[in-house]
Design a protein around this ligand. Structure first.
Ligand SMILES: Cc1cc2nc3c(=O)[nH]c(=O)nc-3n(C[C@H](O)[C@H](O)[C@H](O)COP(=O)(O)O)c2cc1C
Length: 162
């Protein structure tokens, strides 16, 4: 099984998790970046990112390299925004032919909403269930000893070891 982690991260928590998982699974990494970056200011990030998430936008992405045929499994990583997936992920999913792939996902959040975001992701992918799911609470900005165990359990999922 060859996996790729396709992720977006505004402030590093998702990127931190993506790199931990990539190291354990020997997976490739693809960081999505919108042409027009989302702001990181204390208030502006919630205003602009929140609006973009709620409106289910599909922002244009910077060019990236991705060969779907090279992968059996695609792991999506994202910060929960307004209980939704991040817009750059939606752009990617709608732009690529991902038929026949196994899908897994992890989400970073401060408090709540990942369950709803996973449901939106399943709808976007047209599937009933994800092969593996992981939810972490701000793993980079609020380190917690339990996170390593959760990441290991996620990486031990049978879907990655067929
Ligand atoms: C626009 C926006 C909306 C957010 N909405 C939620 C939310 O609905 N629930 C939640 O628990 N955290 C929410 N957060 C917090 C992030 O999901 C959380 O801090 C995450 O770990 C950030 O990941 P990153 O560092 O990879 O960007 C939101 C953050 C932003 C910027």
């Amino acid at each position: 099984m060859k996996s790729i982690i396709v992720y977006y991260s505004l402030e590093g928590n998702t990127e931190y998790t993506a790199k931990e998982i990539a190291a354990k699974l020997d997976a490739d990494l693809l960081r999505l970046e919108p042409v027009k970056a989302y702001p990181t200011g204390k208030v502006s990030k919630f205003v602009w990112g929140g609006k973009s998430a709620m409106m289910a936008e599909t922002p244009q992405l910077k060019p990236y390299q991705f060969d779907a045929a090279a992968y059996d499994c695609i792991i999506f990583g994202f910060p929960v925004w307004a209980s939704n997936i991040v817009p750059p992920l939606r752009t990617f999913i709608r732009s690529e032919n991902l038929k026949g792939k196994t899908f897994a996902a992890f989400a970073c959040q401060t408090a709540d909403g990942a369950g709803k975001a996973f449901a939106k992701l399943r709808t976007e992918l047209g599937i009933d269930s994800l092969a593996a799911e992981l939810i972490l609470l701000d793993p980079k900005s609020k380190p917690n000893a339990a996170n390593a165990q959760k990441i290991t359990a996620f990486c031990d999922s049978p879907c990655f070891h067929k």
